[in-house]
Design a protein. Structure first.
Length: 439
Protein backbone atom coordinates (compact mmCIF):
# COMPACT_ATOMS: atom_id res chain seq x y z
CA UNK A 1 0.00 0.00 0.00
CA UNK A 2 2.93 2.33 0.59
CA UNK A 3 4.57 1.76 -2.80
CA UNK A 4 1.94 3.80 -4.58
CA UNK A 5 2.75 5.89 -7.60
CA UNK A 6 0.76 8.81 -8.83
CA UNK A 7 0.97 9.83 -12.47
CA UNK A 8 -0.28 13.24 -13.40
CA UNK A 9 -0.97 14.52 -16.87
CA UNK A 10 -1.15 18.29 -16.74
CA UNK A 11 -0.40 18.88 -20.42
CA UNK A 12 -3.71 19.79 -22.12
CA UNK A 13 -2.53 18.10 -25.32
CA UNK A 14 -2.07 14.76 -23.56
CA UNK A 15 -4.62 14.86 -20.78
CA UNK A 16 -8.15 13.66 -21.30
CA UNK A 17 -10.30 16.58 -20.26
CA UNK A 18 -13.11 18.85 -21.29
CA UNK A 19 -13.85 22.31 -20.04
CA UNK A 20 -16.89 24.47 -19.60
CA UNK A 21 -17.12 27.65 -21.61
CA UNK A 22 -18.97 30.32 -19.68
CA UNK A 23 -18.56 33.35 -21.89
CA UNK A 24 -17.10 35.44 -19.07
CA UNK A 25 -13.60 36.67 -18.41
CA UNK A 26 -11.55 34.56 -16.03
CA UNK A 27 -10.50 36.73 -13.13
CA UNK A 28 -9.22 34.06 -10.73
CA UNK A 29 -5.81 32.41 -11.02
CA UNK A 30 -7.22 29.22 -9.55
CA UNK A 31 -9.95 29.23 -12.20
CA UNK A 32 -7.36 29.48 -14.97
CA UNK A 33 -5.48 26.54 -13.49
CA UNK A 34 -8.60 24.51 -12.97
CA UNK A 35 -9.74 24.85 -16.57
CA UNK A 36 -6.46 23.42 -17.84
CA UNK A 37 -6.02 20.54 -15.43
CA UNK A 38 -6.60 16.96 -16.49
CA UNK A 39 -5.44 14.51 -13.85
CA UNK A 40 -4.94 10.78 -13.91
CA UNK A 41 -4.11 9.36 -10.50
CA UNK A 42 -2.65 5.92 -10.15
CA UNK A 43 -2.12 4.64 -6.58
CA UNK A 44 -1.22 1.25 -5.18
CA UNK A 45 -3.80 0.82 -2.46
CA UNK A 46 -4.02 -2.39 -0.41
CA UNK A 47 -2.62 -5.24 -2.54
CA UNK A 48 -3.70 -4.08 -6.00
CA UNK A 49 -3.26 -1.21 -8.39
CA UNK A 50 -6.34 1.01 -8.25
CA UNK A 51 -6.76 3.48 -11.05
CA UNK A 52 -8.82 6.59 -10.47
CA UNK A 53 -9.39 8.54 -13.65
CA UNK A 54 -9.80 12.10 -12.56
CA UNK A 55 -10.39 14.02 -15.78
CA UNK A 56 -12.77 16.67 -14.57
CA UNK A 57 -14.43 19.65 -16.16
CA UNK A 58 -14.63 22.72 -13.98
CA UNK A 59 -16.81 25.79 -13.91
CA UNK A 60 -15.05 29.10 -13.51
CA UNK A 61 -14.86 30.26 -9.92
CA UNK A 62 -15.83 33.92 -9.82
CA UNK A 63 -13.97 36.29 -7.56
CA UNK A 64 -15.98 37.37 -4.51
CA UNK A 65 -16.63 40.81 -5.96
CA UNK A 66 -18.34 39.14 -8.94
CA UNK A 67 -20.52 36.80 -6.89
CA UNK A 68 -23.21 39.40 -6.33
CA UNK A 69 -23.62 39.78 -10.07
CA UNK A 70 -23.41 36.02 -10.65
CA UNK A 71 -26.10 35.14 -8.14
CA UNK A 72 -28.74 37.72 -9.05
CA UNK A 73 -32.18 36.04 -8.94
CA UNK A 74 -34.56 35.88 -11.85
CA UNK A 75 -37.94 37.42 -11.58
CA UNK A 76 -40.43 35.17 -9.80
CA UNK A 77 -41.82 32.41 -12.01
CA UNK A 78 -45.51 31.57 -11.64
CA UNK A 79 -46.19 27.84 -11.85
CA UNK A 80 -49.51 26.05 -12.30
CA UNK A 81 -49.86 23.08 -9.91
CA UNK A 82 -53.15 21.46 -8.98
CA UNK A 83 -55.10 24.63 -9.82
CA UNK A 84 -52.89 26.65 -7.46
CA UNK A 85 -50.43 29.33 -8.50
CA UNK A 86 -47.10 29.25 -6.67
CA UNK A 87 -44.28 31.76 -6.89
CA UNK A 88 -40.75 30.41 -7.19
CA UNK A 89 -37.74 32.70 -6.80
CA UNK A 90 -34.84 31.37 -8.88
CA UNK A 91 -31.11 32.06 -8.90
CA UNK A 92 -29.00 31.10 -11.89
CA UNK A 93 -25.43 29.80 -11.55
CA UNK A 94 -26.03 28.96 -7.89
CA UNK A 95 -26.17 25.66 -6.03
CA UNK A 96 -27.45 25.05 -2.50
CA UNK A 97 -25.26 22.14 -1.32
CA UNK A 98 -26.43 19.66 1.30
CA UNK A 99 -29.69 19.04 3.19
CA UNK A 100 -30.80 16.64 0.43
CA UNK A 101 -34.17 14.92 0.86
CA UNK A 102 -34.41 13.25 -2.54
CA UNK A 103 -32.90 13.26 -6.02
CA UNK A 104 -35.26 13.15 -9.01
CA UNK A 105 -33.81 12.12 -12.36
CA UNK A 106 -35.05 13.32 -15.75
CA UNK A 107 -36.47 16.66 -14.60
CA UNK A 108 -36.41 18.78 -17.73
CA UNK A 109 -36.64 22.30 -16.31
CA UNK A 110 -36.01 24.39 -13.23
CA UNK A 111 -39.73 25.17 -13.11
CA UNK A 112 -40.58 21.46 -12.87
CA UNK A 113 -37.97 21.03 -10.15
CA UNK A 114 -39.57 23.85 -8.19
CA UNK A 115 -43.00 22.24 -8.55
CA UNK A 116 -41.68 18.93 -7.24
CA UNK A 117 -40.26 20.72 -4.23
CA UNK A 118 -43.50 22.58 -3.54
CA UNK A 119 -45.43 19.30 -3.55
CA UNK A 120 -42.99 17.55 -1.19
CA UNK A 121 -44.03 17.77 2.45
CA UNK A 122 -40.55 18.71 3.74
CA UNK A 123 -38.89 20.37 0.75
CA UNK A 124 -38.24 24.09 1.03
CA UNK A 125 -35.42 24.59 -1.48
CA UNK A 126 -34.03 22.90 -4.56
CA UNK A 127 -31.12 22.85 -6.99
CA UNK A 128 -31.38 21.76 -10.62
CA UNK A 129 -28.59 21.01 -13.07
CA UNK A 130 -29.11 22.48 -16.54
CA UNK A 131 -28.09 20.84 -19.80
CA UNK A 132 -24.89 22.91 -19.73
CA UNK A 133 -23.91 21.82 -16.23
CA UNK A 134 -20.86 19.62 -15.88
CA UNK A 135 -22.41 16.67 -14.07
CA UNK A 136 -25.80 15.54 -12.74
CA UNK A 137 -27.59 16.94 -15.79
CA UNK A 138 -31.38 17.14 -15.47
CA UNK A 139 -31.36 15.99 -11.85
CA UNK A 140 -33.48 17.85 -9.31
CA UNK A 141 -32.17 17.89 -5.74
CA UNK A 142 -34.90 18.49 -3.15
CA UNK A 143 -33.71 20.08 0.07
CA UNK A 144 -35.05 20.52 3.57
CA UNK A 145 -34.21 22.63 6.61
CA UNK A 146 -31.84 20.08 8.21
CA UNK A 147 -29.10 19.75 9.16
CA UNK A 148 -28.08 23.43 8.84
CA UNK A 149 -28.77 26.71 7.03
CA UNK A 150 -28.10 26.42 3.30
CA UNK A 151 -25.24 28.37 1.76
CA UNK A 152 -25.58 29.92 -1.70
CA UNK A 153 -22.51 28.77 -3.64
CA UNK A 154 -21.64 30.02 -7.16
CA UNK A 155 -21.76 27.08 -9.59
CA UNK A 156 -22.02 27.52 -13.33
CA UNK A 157 -24.84 25.56 -14.96
CA UNK A 158 -27.04 25.25 -11.88
CA UNK A 159 -30.34 26.90 -10.98
CA UNK A 160 -31.58 26.99 -7.39
CA UNK A 161 -34.52 28.41 -5.54
CA UNK A 162 -36.78 28.39 -2.49
CA UNK A 163 -40.48 27.61 -2.29
CA UNK A 164 -41.22 30.28 0.33
CA UNK A 165 -43.79 27.92 1.92
CA UNK A 166 -43.94 28.98 5.55
CA UNK A 167 -46.28 26.19 6.66
CA UNK A 168 -43.70 23.41 6.23
CA UNK A 169 -41.64 21.86 9.01
CA UNK A 170 -38.51 23.92 9.76
CA UNK A 171 -39.83 27.09 8.12
CA UNK A 172 -38.72 29.72 7.57
CA UNK A 173 -35.75 28.30 5.71
CA UNK A 174 -32.45 29.91 6.62
CA UNK A 175 -29.95 30.64 3.82
CA UNK A 176 -26.66 32.48 3.86
CA UNK A 177 -23.82 33.63 1.66
CA UNK A 178 -20.34 32.78 2.90
CA UNK A 179 -18.13 35.68 3.92
CA UNK A 180 -15.28 36.64 1.64
CA UNK A 181 -12.48 34.12 2.06
CA UNK A 182 -14.48 32.03 4.56
CA UNK A 183 -16.32 29.42 2.49
CA UNK A 184 -15.63 25.90 3.83
CA UNK A 185 -15.83 22.57 2.01
CA UNK A 186 -15.48 19.90 4.71
CA UNK A 187 -15.19 16.15 4.37
CA UNK A 188 -14.59 13.10 6.53
CA UNK A 189 -13.43 9.59 5.73
CA UNK A 190 -15.47 6.96 7.56
CA UNK A 191 -14.69 3.30 8.17
CA UNK A 192 -17.69 1.13 7.19
CA UNK A 193 -17.57 -0.72 10.52
CA UNK A 194 -16.85 0.36 14.07
CA UNK A 195 -17.68 3.52 15.99
CA UNK A 196 -17.18 6.10 13.23
CA UNK A 197 -20.54 5.61 11.52
CA UNK A 198 -22.35 6.24 14.79
CA UNK A 199 -20.35 9.41 15.37
CA UNK A 200 -21.02 10.77 11.88
CA UNK A 201 -24.76 9.96 12.02
CA UNK A 202 -25.01 11.64 15.42
CA UNK A 203 -23.21 14.73 14.15
CA UNK A 204 -25.65 14.96 11.24
CA UNK A 205 -28.65 14.69 13.54
CA UNK A 206 -27.19 17.30 15.89
CA UNK A 207 -26.32 19.64 12.98
CA UNK A 208 -22.70 19.96 14.06
CA UNK A 209 -19.11 19.38 12.90
CA UNK A 210 -18.72 19.13 9.10
CA UNK A 211 -22.48 19.52 8.71
CA UNK A 212 -22.17 23.18 9.74
CA UNK A 213 -19.81 23.85 6.82
CA UNK A 214 -20.94 25.52 3.60
CA UNK A 215 -20.72 22.17 1.83
CA UNK A 216 -19.92 18.72 3.21
CA UNK A 217 -19.16 15.17 2.11
CA UNK A 218 -18.57 11.84 3.83
CA UNK A 219 -16.52 9.15 2.08
CA UNK A 220 -16.18 5.43 2.70
CA UNK A 221 -15.47 2.35 0.61
CA UNK A 222 -19.15 1.39 0.65
CA UNK A 223 -22.33 3.31 -0.11
CA UNK A 224 -23.85 3.76 3.33
CA UNK A 225 -26.97 5.68 4.28
CA UNK A 226 -26.09 7.91 7.24
CA UNK A 227 -29.54 9.48 7.50
CA UNK A 228 -32.62 9.43 5.25
CA UNK A 229 -31.34 10.56 1.83
CA UNK A 230 -27.75 11.10 3.05
CA UNK A 231 -25.22 8.66 1.58
CA UNK A 232 -21.46 8.29 1.63
CA UNK A 233 -19.39 8.85 -1.50
CA UNK A 234 -17.47 5.71 -2.46
CA UNK A 235 -13.65 5.63 -2.71
CA UNK A 236 -11.73 2.86 -4.40
CA UNK A 237 -9.91 1.44 -1.39
CA UNK A 238 -10.23 -1.30 1.21
CA UNK A 239 -9.51 1.32 3.92
CA UNK A 240 -7.23 -1.23 5.59
CA UNK A 241 -3.80 -0.08 6.70
CA UNK A 242 -1.05 -1.37 9.01
CA UNK A 243 0.52 0.44 11.94
CA UNK A 244 4.26 1.09 12.00
CA UNK A 245 6.83 3.28 10.33
CA UNK A 246 9.17 5.77 11.93
CA UNK A 247 6.56 7.04 14.41
CA UNK A 248 4.40 3.96 14.94
CA UNK A 249 1.38 5.56 13.28
CA UNK A 250 -1.22 4.39 10.77
CA UNK A 251 0.46 3.92 7.39
CA UNK A 252 -2.52 5.32 5.52
CA UNK A 253 -0.93 7.34 2.73
CA UNK A 254 -2.20 4.97 0.03
CA UNK A 255 -5.72 5.19 1.40
CA UNK A 256 -5.77 8.96 1.34
CA UNK A 257 -4.33 9.11 -2.17
CA UNK A 258 -7.50 7.27 -3.18
CA UNK A 259 -9.67 9.61 -1.09
CA UNK A 260 -8.07 12.72 -2.58
CA UNK A 261 -8.58 11.25 -6.06
CA UNK A 262 -12.31 11.17 -5.29
CA UNK A 263 -12.28 14.68 -3.80
CA UNK A 264 -10.54 16.07 -6.88
CA UNK A 265 -12.79 14.14 -9.25
CA UNK A 266 -15.91 15.46 -7.51
CA UNK A 267 -14.48 18.96 -7.99
CA UNK A 268 -16.56 20.61 -5.25
CA UNK A 269 -13.47 22.06 -3.55
CA UNK A 270 -13.17 24.48 -6.45
CA UNK A 271 -16.29 26.33 -5.35
CA UNK A 272 -14.97 27.11 -1.87
CA UNK A 273 -12.11 29.07 -0.34
CA UNK A 274 -10.97 26.25 1.97
CA UNK A 275 -11.06 22.45 1.99
CA UNK A 276 -11.09 20.87 5.45
CA UNK A 277 -10.45 17.19 6.14
CA UNK A 278 -11.80 16.22 9.58
CA UNK A 279 -11.55 12.92 11.44
CA UNK A 280 -14.92 11.64 12.72
CA UNK A 281 -13.66 11.60 16.33
CA UNK A 282 -12.53 15.24 16.25
CA UNK A 283 -14.89 17.73 17.89
CA UNK A 284 -14.83 20.35 15.12
CA UNK A 285 -16.21 23.91 15.35
CA UNK A 286 -16.51 25.46 11.87
CA UNK A 287 -17.56 28.87 13.22
CA UNK A 288 -14.20 29.28 14.92
CA UNK A 289 -12.35 28.19 11.79
CA UNK A 290 -14.11 30.83 9.70
CA UNK A 291 -12.60 33.48 11.92
CA UNK A 292 -9.10 31.99 11.91
CA UNK A 293 -8.76 31.62 8.13
CA UNK A 294 -9.10 35.39 7.79
CA UNK A 295 -5.53 35.55 9.14
CA UNK A 296 -4.25 33.43 6.24
CA UNK A 297 -4.98 35.08 2.89
CA UNK A 298 -4.85 33.01 -0.27
CA UNK A 299 -2.06 33.46 -2.80
CA UNK A 300 -1.24 32.00 -6.19
CA UNK A 301 0.92 29.15 -4.86
CA UNK A 302 -1.67 28.30 -2.19
CA UNK A 303 -1.53 28.09 1.59
CA UNK A 304 -2.14 25.33 4.11
CA UNK A 305 -2.22 25.45 7.90
CA UNK A 306 0.20 23.57 10.13
CA UNK A 307 -1.67 22.64 13.28
CA UNK A 308 1.06 21.28 15.59
CA UNK A 309 4.57 22.24 16.69
CA UNK A 310 5.65 18.71 15.74
CA UNK A 311 4.32 19.08 12.19
CA UNK A 312 0.94 18.63 10.54
CA UNK A 313 -1.33 16.20 12.40
CA UNK A 314 -4.20 14.43 10.65
CA UNK A 315 -7.31 14.99 12.83
CA UNK A 316 -7.93 18.29 11.04
CA UNK A 317 -6.22 19.48 7.86
CA UNK A 318 -6.97 22.82 6.23
CA UNK A 319 -6.00 23.72 2.65
CA UNK A 320 -6.81 26.72 0.49
CA UNK A 321 -8.28 26.16 -2.98
CA UNK A 322 -4.94 26.80 -4.66
CA UNK A 323 -3.18 24.47 -2.22
CA UNK A 324 -5.49 21.58 -3.20
CA UNK A 325 -4.78 22.30 -6.86
CA UNK A 326 -1.03 22.29 -6.15
CA UNK A 327 -1.37 19.01 -4.24
CA UNK A 328 -3.19 17.39 -7.17
CA UNK A 329 -0.57 18.56 -9.65
CA UNK A 330 2.45 17.57 -7.55
CA UNK A 331 1.44 14.43 -5.67
CA UNK A 332 3.03 12.19 -8.31
CA UNK A 333 6.28 14.10 -8.13
CA UNK A 334 6.17 13.75 -4.36
CA UNK A 335 5.78 9.96 -4.49
CA UNK A 336 8.76 9.72 -6.83
CA UNK A 337 10.84 12.23 -4.84
CA UNK A 338 10.37 10.67 -1.43
CA UNK A 339 10.64 7.08 -2.68
CA UNK A 340 14.06 7.99 -4.02
CA UNK A 341 14.99 9.94 -0.89
CA UNK A 342 14.01 7.09 1.46
CA UNK A 343 15.30 4.34 -0.84
CA UNK A 344 11.80 2.90 -0.73
CA UNK A 345 8.75 3.81 1.24
CA UNK A 346 9.29 6.39 3.95
CA UNK A 347 6.91 4.77 6.43
CA UNK A 348 4.89 7.95 6.97
CA UNK A 349 1.24 8.55 7.64
CA UNK A 350 -0.74 10.64 5.17
CA UNK A 351 -0.44 13.79 7.30
CA UNK A 352 3.35 13.76 7.24
CA UNK A 353 3.40 12.84 3.55
CA UNK A 354 1.15 15.70 2.46
CA UNK A 355 2.99 18.12 4.78
CA UNK A 356 6.36 17.21 3.27
CA UNK A 357 4.95 17.17 -0.26
CA UNK A 358 3.36 20.61 -0.13
CA UNK A 359 6.26 22.23 1.70
CA UNK A 360 9.29 20.66 0.03
CA UNK A 361 8.13 19.81 -3.49
CA UNK A 362 5.04 21.86 -4.38
CA UNK A 363 6.25 25.09 -2.75
CA UNK A 364 2.92 25.83 -1.06
CA UNK A 365 3.03 28.39 1.75
CA UNK A 366 2.89 26.73 5.18
CA UNK A 367 1.37 28.89 7.93
CA UNK A 368 1.55 27.84 11.57
CA UNK A 369 -1.90 27.95 13.12
CA UNK A 370 -1.75 26.15 16.45
CA UNK A 371 -5.25 27.28 17.39
CA UNK A 372 -6.58 24.68 14.93
CA UNK A 373 -6.55 21.82 17.40
CA UNK A 374 -5.94 20.60 20.92
CA UNK A 375 -4.91 17.02 20.42
CA UNK A 376 -3.69 14.20 22.64
CA UNK A 377 -0.54 13.67 20.55
CA UNK A 378 0.47 17.33 20.27
CA UNK A 379 1.53 18.17 23.84
CA UNK A 380 -1.91 19.33 25.02
CA UNK A 381 -2.34 21.43 28.18
CA UNK A 382 -3.39 19.80 31.43
CA UNK A 383 -7.14 19.26 31.53
CA UNK A 384 -7.59 19.65 27.77
CA UNK A 385 -10.31 16.96 27.82
CA UNK A 386 -12.64 19.46 29.47
CA UNK A 387 -12.75 21.32 26.12
CA UNK A 388 -12.59 24.67 27.87
CA UNK A 389 -10.28 26.43 25.40
CA UNK A 390 -12.27 29.28 23.89
CA UNK A 391 -10.46 29.61 20.54
CA UNK A 392 -9.47 26.05 19.57
CA UNK A 393 -11.14 24.88 16.36
CA UNK A 394 -11.06 21.20 17.30
CA UNK A 395 -10.46 18.76 20.13
CA UNK A 396 -9.23 15.21 19.50
CA UNK A 397 -9.91 12.36 20.12
CA UNK A 398 -13.41 11.61 21.41
CA UNK A 399 -14.40 8.17 20.16
CA UNK A 400 -17.78 7.71 21.85
CA UNK A 401 -20.95 9.59 21.05
CA UNK A 402 -21.41 10.50 24.71
CA UNK A 403 -17.84 11.79 25.05
CA UNK A 404 -18.02 13.68 21.76
CA UNK A 405 -21.27 15.43 22.66
CA UNK A 406 -20.07 16.21 26.17
CA UNK A 407 -17.01 18.00 24.79
CA UNK A 408 -19.08 19.82 22.19
CA UNK A 409 -21.62 21.05 24.72
CA UNK A 410 -18.87 22.36 26.96
CA UNK A 411 -17.57 24.50 24.09
CA UNK A 412 -21.07 25.93 23.65
CA UNK A 413 -21.45 26.74 27.34
CA UNK A 414 -18.27 28.76 27.12
CA UNK A 415 -19.68 30.44 24.02
CA UNK A 416 -22.88 31.50 25.79
CA UNK A 417 -20.96 32.66 28.85
CA UNK A 418 -19.08 35.15 26.68
CA UNK A 419 -22.30 36.48 25.16
CA UNK A 420 -22.44 38.15 21.77
CA UNK A 421 -19.53 38.07 19.36
CA UNK A 422 -18.66 34.40 19.98
CA UNK A 423 -17.71 31.54 17.71
CA UNK A 424 -20.36 31.10 15.13
CA UNK A 425 -21.15 32.94 11.97
CA UNK A 426 -24.87 33.57 12.32
CA UNK A 427 -27.66 33.99 14.82
CA UNK A 428 -29.35 30.96 13.24
CA UNK A 429 -26.46 28.74 14.30
CA UNK A 430 -26.78 30.10 17.84
CA UNK A 431 -30.48 29.15 17.85
CA UNK A 432 -29.56 25.60 16.81
CA UNK A 433 -27.05 25.43 19.64
CA UNK A 434 -29.62 26.60 22.16
CA UNK A 435 -32.02 23.87 21.01
CA UNK A 436 -29.33 21.19 21.34
CA UNK A 437 -28.34 22.36 24.81
CA UNK A 438 -31.99 22.38 25.87
CA UNK A 439 -32.21 18.69 25.00
Amino acid sequence: AQRGTMLLASDPERASYRRVEVGQAETSTSAKIARRVGIVLTAAVAAGLLVAAVGFRVAVIQRPEREEQTMQPRASLALEAKSEVHSCQMQENVILPGNDLEQRIGVTSAANCCTLCQRHEKCMAWSWATTSAERDTHICFLKGAAPRPLTRVPAYGWVSGETMQTEKEGAPLQTRTAGKGQSLYCYALMQPTGYEQGLISMQYQERVSIFECDEYAVYSNLRIELAPGVFTGVVNSTLLCPMGGEFGTALNTGIFLAVWAKVVKDGRFLFHDWTVKVDPDAVFLPGRLRQQVLDHPEEERGVYLNNCKFGLHGPIEVFSRNAVTAWALNAGKCVEHFTTLCSGTCGWGEDMFIDQCLQRVAGVRRDDEFRLQIEAHCDPPLGWEECGDQVAVSFHPFKTEEGWLSCYRKTQKKHHARGAGGDDASSTEVVHMQRRLAR
